[in-house]
Design a protein around this ligand. Sequence first.
Ligand code: HEM
Length: 396
Amino acid sequence: MSGVIDLFETGMADLHRALAALRRERPVVEVALPGGGTAWLVTRYEDAQRALGDPRLGKRSSAGGFSYQRMLPEDVARAVSRHLLALDPPDHTRLRRLVSGAFTARRMAALRPRIEGLAEELLDGMSGADRVDLIESYALPLPIQVLCDLLGVPSEDQADFRSWTNAIVAGGVDPAGLPPALVAIVGYIRELLAAKRRRPADDLLSALITVRDQEDRLSDDELISMVYLLLIAGHETTVNLIGNGALLLLAEPERWARVVATPELVPGAVEELLRYEGPVQSATFRTALEPVELGGQKIPEGARVLISLLSANRDGERFPDPDRLDLDRPVTPNLAFGHGIHYCLGAPLARLEGDIAFRALARRFPDLRLAVPVEEVAWRPSLLLRGLSALPVALR
Ligand code: HEM
């Protein structure tokens, strides 16, 4: 395996420096994976965009390949593996069409007052303290409550629901907690589906059921998989948008003061924050369904491919002065939400949440500041995500 590099050895804090060197010298390179095996890492913008749009880099052999799935009862394993990010066309096309119909702009926009209310409640909860962990108190609970609302999870069930989703999202570092949480959540979603069938409401889950019942298209497994995917994709990512974004806005007090004084800056700031330190480090694994040439490298059939969105979004060929966080940067589309057929279905909701979260934070806590030096804020080790373990802040 000579020439295979270990990206994790370089340390998470120096990740951008390591990625910049790869973009310059070895833009498509085989890297060692923490759990064993290798993948081809793609770091330049143009190659990344091409790879995300290439049907020869598919999902087929990566679906169902996680070791924890072998520890699950068969019906549960099946129920969490029929989702959009595990499928290639034509299965993906069919599911995406069905689900998009329920993910309407109207439903997302209608969530604004509710998300604003949730943000205010969380900020109320913080207001008695001098110092808090902004991840624990704000960035983490907001997206999960929004998801519960979107799906129509009754408030009395939200505490259980959150303990399972916490175990599921921690599954990357603590796989032992994953099977019981998956069994519990799949059982719960089944019951919830039954309840929504009996009594439909104006929520996403009821809408997804209607799609199925009228056209007999979404199976129960597909419905459960969809909910499962929404939980992971809509939770772990948005928390990082709020967490990474708050870190960067607070890192320079003048920057925070500008946001406080000029909240109209926030939508543009969200785009720049997504580019500069996006929540998703790499897109989910692809597999070469046939030999593929990319960036001058031959990727053999069956090899895994990891497309670094974080790196692509710092590519100087695409973004002038890429390592400068510039809230006034004219918006040039970036890859934070992916590209091609798997482009993020929740992007409008994520932008809405980011907009509301930063505006509310700036309004309520104009004197907010980091409680530790920037260099001491720790990144969570992860191959796919880019987020903080904690963000200690002083409120006044
Ligand atoms: C800032 C927050 C978010 C970011 C940065 C983000 C990023 C992404 C990315 C990069 C992908 C493509 C992954 C790949 O190609 O392997 C994706 C897919 C997806 N995201 Fe998001 N996401 C965010 C929030 C959300 C939210 C809030 C939801 C839903 C509530 C959501 C639902 C989905 C779904 C369902 C897919 C799969 C689409 C498909 O395969 O067709 N995401 N997201």
